[in-house]
Design a protein around this ligand. Sequence first.
Ligand SMILES: C[S@@+](CC[C@H](N)C(=O)[O-])C[C@H]1O[C@@H](n2cnc3c(N)ncnc32)[C@H](O)[C@@H]1O
Length: 165
Amino acid sequence: MSETKYYEQTGVAMTCRSFNEYKEMFMLDDLLLNKGKILDVASGASSFVAELSKRGYDAVAVDPLYSLSLEGMNDFGSREIQIATEKIDKIKDFFVWDSYESIESHNQIRINSFEQFLESYAEEEKYFSAALPSLPFEDETFSLIVCNHFLFLSRRTAHKTPATK
Ligand SMILES: C[S@@+](CC[C@H](N)C(=O)[O-])C[C@H]1O[C@@H](n2cnc3c(N)ncnc32)[C@H](O)[C@@H]1O
């Protein structure tokens, strides 16, 4: 009988995808990016905002982990990359490697992205520490909002009818 293999994850990981990974994921082009201010929600250690800024776009990121210091983020992010790569390595035969080519190049893309993120992380006006469902922005602030690899489910509390005697 074949053994079931899966990517084990407890809690929320902090990944660091690159601008190109976001571009592929959301089919982004200049037309979309040029419309105005951009927000990346649950941005983690992604270099998306850093790379957008280098390209001249107006972009900011939000994630609860942005309460971490630069040093804390460096430690946490480096450990996350290492853990993720070790987990992928155990099940690498189950992935289709057409776009990343190999686990080594996948790992290198993440390291490059993380380095670009860290260079830009000191720019406080770009990285906001906050968590869904309450974000510290006015309505209509952004023309484009992306959220990559984070699914947030919110449950409305039903109004209870007060008990009658
Ligand atoms: C899998 S990472 C994705 C990071 C990045 N978007 C990427 O694609 O590489 C998920 C991120 O969601 C953040 N997160 C966790 N709870 C959140 C919340 N309530 N609101 C916003 N972000 C949250 C985590 O801190 C983590 O950085």
